[in-house]
Design a binder for this molecule. Structure first.
Ligand code: BGC
Length: 499
């Protein structure tokens, strides 16, 4: 499929713009910290004794079924309630993003997050714990809506992929930090878990300060009729005075957008279908890679394989390191090779890893007993090769592609639907994984492999390359030239008025 060399406008990477990227990316760190912290916390005895004593009892029985000892709806609800809250709140976040702007939405995200940290750390009863999770969730809903859009909109087009991937990079750093924190607090009794949950306030506070420093994005300022401010903002983020040419393009795209009064309704027009379909199916696929079975439950998963608590936290630190390291590959290659190549290569690698894990567990792990050392090490290696390929593909592309295929008028609403879909399926995996593992046993890995196969086919046949395509030319270059998607485009307005 054709890929385009982007039209390059005047720009410099100034200290200020770099600071904007990094500060906003802290929204990703907040999200990642949350993903990483719950698995470790739910593996801690002190936490289980206080809130889930029955599960703790069950865990003590060594003869208990390997695949089922953590299957408890309430425990899973602890992990997954966050995603329900995030899913609902992303719609409010979309409104806030359009009407108030990306910057205040990021500020709100950090405030919810800090409140979540306070409630969780102070929890004396289950309801406080769940309330804390919900506040975290609202923070994630607001942050995940506003931050990727913000990054995509302030990036110079030739670096758009890399700048957006900073969000994912910080997600992975957040997960890793959470794993390290859990590793340390696991040794602090009886309140280690409080430290784990409370430290979430740190990235929250950094994002709070960051949100006061960053600029509003030019497309959003224009969307709200603030023409002079938009131009000033563009000069500031490009680090040059002469921004005329790029500014005209953004104005043209924003003018088009202003004509649209009901952005959510516009999303359901036939011509919006390709973007709607692609941005949502990518979320379903991202979650059905099975990544969060590992991210949330790595310590539990490794304990299932017969590692002791310490060893299993350590193994999840290793997978966390691999996750961060491999995301750099995406930062450096996404604007060079494009999105499709990374996704395709990764689908093959993920498929092989999952099938191999399934095969080892099927042949070597019985309902009780443990894996022998060599096999257990091999499983850790395979988990790493799986995580590695996710990190340079479906992880970052899940946030990048939906942020670059909508025109301005449906961008925040379209992106909000995608964020919610991501949260629904993250919820499904978080809620169902432990039960699925109990019923499907080793076959769960074959279940994920089948999804990965479908994803590869999707990329081959349905995903156009978005690298270097300016947002105002998406319809003309992506949809109208694609054998399947061109059928959804109105036939009359040739060349379309958006350019
Ligand atoms: C996904 C998360 C996942 C993380 C792993 C993100 O892109 O949305 O669900 O846990 O990547 O690094």
């Amino acid at each position: 499929m054709t890929s385009y060399e982007p039209q390059i406008y005047n720009s410099k990477i100034t200290g200020y713009v770099f600071a904007c990227w990094i500060l906003a990316a802290f929204g990703g760190l907040m999200f990642g910290y949350d993903i990483g912290i719950s698995g470790g916390v739910t593996g801690m005895d002190d936490f289980l004794i206080k809130f889930f004593p029955k599960i703790h009892e069950r865990k003590l029985h060594a003869s208990e079924n390997n695949y089922c000892k953590y299957d408890d709806q309430m425990l899973q609800l602890f992990t997954s309630s966050l995603y329900l809250a995030a899913l609902v709140s992303s719609f409010f976040a979309s409104k806030a993003c359009t009407v108030l702007g990306r910057k205040p939405t990021i500020l709100m995200a950090s405030t919810f997050f800090i409140a979540g940290a306070i409630f969780s750390a102070a929890a004396e009863a289950k309801w406080m714990l769940i309330l804390g999770r919900i506040l975290f969730g609202v923070g994630v809903g607001f942050g995940n809506e506003a931050v990727p859009l913000f990054l995509t909109e302030i990036a110079p087009i030739q670096h758009r992929g890399a700048v957006n991937v900073l969000f994912q990079l910080f997600v992975t750093i957040g997960i890793l930090i959470a794993n390290l924190v859990n590793y340390a607090t696991g040794m602090i009794h009886p309140n280690g878990w409080r430290i784990s949950l409370g430290l979430a306030a740190v990235p929250g506070a950094i994002l709070f300060i960051g949100s006061l420093i960053i600029t509003e994005t030019p497309p959003n300022l224009l969307e709200r009729g603030k023409v002079t401010e938009a131009k000033e903002a563009l000069k500031k983020i490009r680090g040059v005075e002469d921004v005329e040419e790029e500014f005209e393009q953004i104005v043209a795209a924003a003018e088009q957008g202003k004509l649209v009064k009901k952005p959510f309704r516009k999303l359901f027009l036939k011509s919006a279908f390709p973007a709607l379909f692609i941005s949502n199916i990518i979320q379903v696929f991202q979650q059905f890679t099975g990544i969060n079975a590992i991210m949330f439950y790595a310590p539990v998963l490794f304990q299932t394989l017969g590692f002791k608590t310490d060893a299993s936290l350590l193994s999840s630190v290793i997978t966390g390191l691999v996750n961060v390291g491999s995301t750099f590959v995406a930062v450096f290659l996404v604007d060079k090779f494009g999105r499709r190549k990374l996704l395709l290569q990764a689908s093959v690698q993920m498929f092989i890893s999952q099938v191999a894990i399934g095969a080892i567990l099927l042949t070597h792990l019985k309902d009780s007993g443990t894996l022998d050392k060599g096999m257990a090490a091999l499983v850790v290696i395979l988990v790493c090769t799986f995580v590695m390929s996710f990190a340079w593909s479906w992880g970052p592309m899940g946030w990048l592609i939906p942020s670059e295929i909508y025109p301005i008028e449906t961008r925040s609403s379209g992106f909000a639907v995608a964020v919610s879909t991501n949260m629904v399926f993250t919820f499904v995996i978080a809620q169902a994984f432990l039960s699925m593992m109990c019923h499907l046993k080793a076959y769960i890995f074959f279940f994920f492999s089948a999804w990965i196969l479908a994803m590869g086919l999707f990329v081959v046949f349905l995903l156009p390359e978005t690298k270097g395509v300016p947002i105002h030319l998406v319809e003309e270059r992506l949809w109208r030239q694609h054998p399947v998607w061109k059928k959804f485009m109105p036939s009359t307005d040739h060349g379309n008025g958006m350019a």
